[in-house]
Write a protein of this length. Sequence first.
Lengths: 263, 305
Amino acid sequence: MAKKMKTEAKVLSQRLLADGIYDMWLETEMAKDAHPGQFVGVYPAGKATLLPRPISICEVDASRRAIRLVYRVVGQGTAEFALYQPGDYISVLGVLGNGFPLDKAEGKRVLLMGGGIGVPPLLQTAKELKAAGKAASVTSVMGYRNAETFLRDDFEKAAELVIATEDGSIGTGGNVIDAIKENGLEADVIYACGPMPMLRAIKAYASENGMKAYVSLEERMACGVGACLGCICKTKEIDEHSQVRNTRICTDGPVFDAEDLDM
Amino acid sequence: MVGGEALKLSVNIAGVEFKNPVMTASGTFGSGMEYSDFVDLNRLGAVVTKGVANVPWEGNPTPRVAEVYGGMLNAIGLQNPGIETFVKRDLEFLKGYDTKVIVNVCGKSIQDYVDVVERLSDERVDMLEINVSCPNVKEGAIAFGQNAKALTEITTEIKKHAKQPVIMKLSPNVTSISEMAKAAEAAGADAISLINTITGMKIDIHRRKFALANRTGGLSGPAIKPVAVRMVYEASHAVDIPVIGMGGIATGDDAIEFIMAGASAVAVGAMNFHDPYATVHVIEGIESYMRQYGVEDINELRKIL
């Protein structure tokens, strides 16, 4: 695993993608080691906010040494990030976490399932799976609140895309599981990121249908590097590192085999 | 003007010689492994490990951390892998480094603490730090640190069994820190460290819920530094044993402030999360202060007020 670092990254671009959702490209040497499903910790500049904000890596452009962060403004820290302009520098901790196990896709039919702000990390996942060409098929199933289907064009370029919206304005009315059923999608492996209720539903659906599901979790974090034990998830069995039924989301995850978790 | 070579940063606490006065605060640095990408652990005065009990502890439900203005709240609940795994994995890892090792010990009963202390007697451990101040567990820990009688009892008992010098880590959640410091000293503690976190609470007004599953948590970070400096001052003027100061230290200047207040050494805690290189930055900041003011020996600054 690549050595972690905290470094100043140069903002290359910033734009509003949808209501409260921003799209920022950063130039950083971390790009060369970034794996789909990994994340970075982004630090607000203000001295009153100490902790890094965990933000998933949406896309990697190794040739520009750049990573793309698509994030939702949810508080003071992310509101500050949205003000950054090209040429500004921002402190970033990374690369963090394990990422999606793409080797499990070999010869398999793959579904990428994202919900809300869990959509972005699946874009690089889709691109790398298609580029590797080892999966039997790759289909993205993305769930949104409404017609603001951010990253839609990018996903369409990367792989087949199915959309679900809660208000029914585009695609299947409902959630990503409704969209799978409506479109009769079958698969062997699921890579998913989104809110906990969606991940629980995916775990249950995968289990009922004999599929493997790898889910990316989110939790309040402090250190981001596995030291503070702030961001844990319950596991089914005793975890080797903790010696209890807890696993560290920031370091042992954020991606887990859903079967190993007590969600 | 003093040259870099001439600076003396080493300090002696209860007979243990530290290459410099900068340590890590228990619970913020694991056992150093997680920060070894960022920090050359050989540079540190000591690694103070996360609290370890006789058996593995699950800790509290999530959310366990919340950010607040100038700091953070945590209610991890002393999750730890238990002493056996700790000895095999964490202490083994630390053997690879030229730094002092201080093991933070927690327990629910005095016997729990004693079991850990005895298990460590033949291990390469330089000092023991006894956690009688974690505010986030229901049994043990802070229950021993909030009244002088209980503190006396546990300190006395641990001193009977400990092979290494004992640091009692005190809680700021008390009426008189001087009284607690004196009780620890009278019961035989070799040193004291303070402050642990200050009990706090945060309410998420948008979700209308407590920010932490545990409702209350320990406040740390720069927000608590003035409280910590005051308590280090009071404690160090009440006892003759060495004091290790901590609470919101972010820079070399902060460390100097604690040392002037009476600390023999300092520990960097929550700021590791903000700046994973914080410990080294604090060491460099101390050196730069010493050069600026022509201080040859860090010990000259201790307790000058």
